[in-house]
Write a protein that binds this ligand. Structure first.
Ligand SMILES: NC(=O)c1ccc[n+]([C@@H]2O[C@H](COP(=O)([O-])OP(=O)(O)OC[C@H]3O[C@@H](n4cnc5c(N)ncnc54)[C@H](OP(=O)(O)O)[C@@H]3O)[C@@H](O)[C@H]2O)c1
Length: 342
């Protein structure tokens, strides 16, 4: 990463040797976001360079800015876990992709930039009928939700899916995917988001601020509970999730907004033959990410093409205003995804 102060030197080197390509990216310094001049990414074997049109904001980017979520080894320092754009260079050994192709991509970082290097296994086509802005909102949420709810937890038609934080980027996608797969979807969110969640297909919306979600889920399911629970809250909801779980149910924790350490009543879980697991998409090795991306392309992209799952874009910002975009995310006043445009 090359901070703003070095920009003049970089321009000089670029002029002198014509070798150092330059771009702008969001650089994190002292927990602040700056749209700075930095060196271009290099294209390596098995990768392409994508000229970024749009990148969506994820809660993880906020944590990275705050210093709580460093990028994995080998990933760019700049935030941004997904993007859309156009391929501008193809690395050695790459087949099946070409310069000028419109794509979206799952990233380990670096989406808040004008260009990013992407392993080909993490590229997805722009779904038919969608703009590049809409496509930028899909890779991270589609891969996260599909890999947990479908690939691991095997949600089946007719089962009940409980999605915590339905109004989030993850939640708005999970609600729609659950409905598209024939599940009954219940969700927690603050009251102001309930109408929009019902419009996405949720059959029960629970205001987690005023209502006990365990009681609400049990009442709605006739005491049976939810077969699959996708949880972004963590410790604070662990006991409640076990209480709200159906026999043979599956809980997957993907967020720790309510803490990381909790007590688990194994007796209660065992009696239900329940399972609790937890995953992180960003930390998966590239081959594993490529497998997830392939699953999403095969199983989720057709649902998007059919209009059964739609991107939910709350608002766009110019990339240079990434700080304001993250401030909006921290307020939780958004519904769905916030998008940054280069
Ligand atoms: N493990 C992984 O691989 C992975 C991948 C992607 C995302 N995630 C996690 O998924 C979560 C959502 O990410 P995002 O980018 O979609 O974030 P986001 O749009 O900012 O959403 C955060 C949501 O949390 C909800 N929330 C806060 N406290 C809650 C509570 N007690 N009960 C129910 N909902 C509550 C908020 O709901 P209201 O606005 O209704 O208050 C808000 O919608 C984050 O925790 C993120 O770290 C994990």
């Amino acid at each position: 990463m090359v901070p703003l102060q070095s920009a003049t030197r970089l321009w000089f080197l670029s002029y002198r040797w014509g070798r150092v390509g330059l771009m702008r990216a969001i650089v994190i310094e002292d927990k602040q976001l700056t749209w700075a001049v930095v060196a271009d990414p290099e294209v390596r074997a098995g990768e392409v360079i994508v000229d970024v049109t749009a990148s969506a904001v994820n809660r993880a980017d906020v944590l990275q800015r705050q210093g709580h979520y460093p990028p994995p080894e080998g990933a760019p320092d700049y935030p941004g876990l997904e993007c859309s754009g156009v391929i501008s260079a193809v690395g050695p050994g790459v087949t099946g992709h070409h310069v000028g192709e419109r794509v979206c991509a799952l990233l380990a970082g670096g989406g808040y930039a004008e260009r990013v290097a992407v392993p080909v296994g993490q590229l997805l086509p722009v779904p038919a009928g969608l703009s590049l802005v809409e496509a930028a909102t899909l890779p991270e949420v589609a891969c996260t939700v599909w890999s947990n709810v479908v690939d691991r937890d095997r949600l089946r038609p007719g089962e009940t899916l409980l999605v915590h934080g339905g109004g989030s980027g993850i939640g708005t996608f999970a609600v729609q995917l659950g409905v598209a797969l024939g599940a009954k979807v219940l969700t927690t969110a603050r009251a102001g988001k309930h109408d929009r969640l019902r419009a996405l297909g949720a059959e029960l919306t629970i205001d987690y601020r005023t209502d006990d979600f365990v009681r609400a889920v049990q009442a709605h399911t006739g005491g049976r509970g939810a077969d699959v629970i996708l949880d972004i809250v963590g410790a604070k909801y662990l006991a409640g999730n076990v209480a709200a779980l159906a026999p043979d149910g599956r809980i997957t924790v993907i967020g720790m907004q309510g803490g990381a350490v909790a007590e688990l009543d194994l007796g209660r879980l065992m009696a239900k033959r329940g399972r609790v697991s937890s995953t992180s998409l960003r930390a998966r090795p590239p081959a594993d990410k490529a497998r997830v991306v392939a699953g999403v392309r095969d199983q989720v992209w057709p649902l998007i093409a059919a209009g059964l799952v739609k991107p939910v874009v709350h608002r766009t910002f110019p990339m240079a205003e990434a700080a304001a975009a993250q401030e909006l995310m921290e307020s939780s006043d958004h519904f769905g995804k916030i998008v940054l445009l280069t």
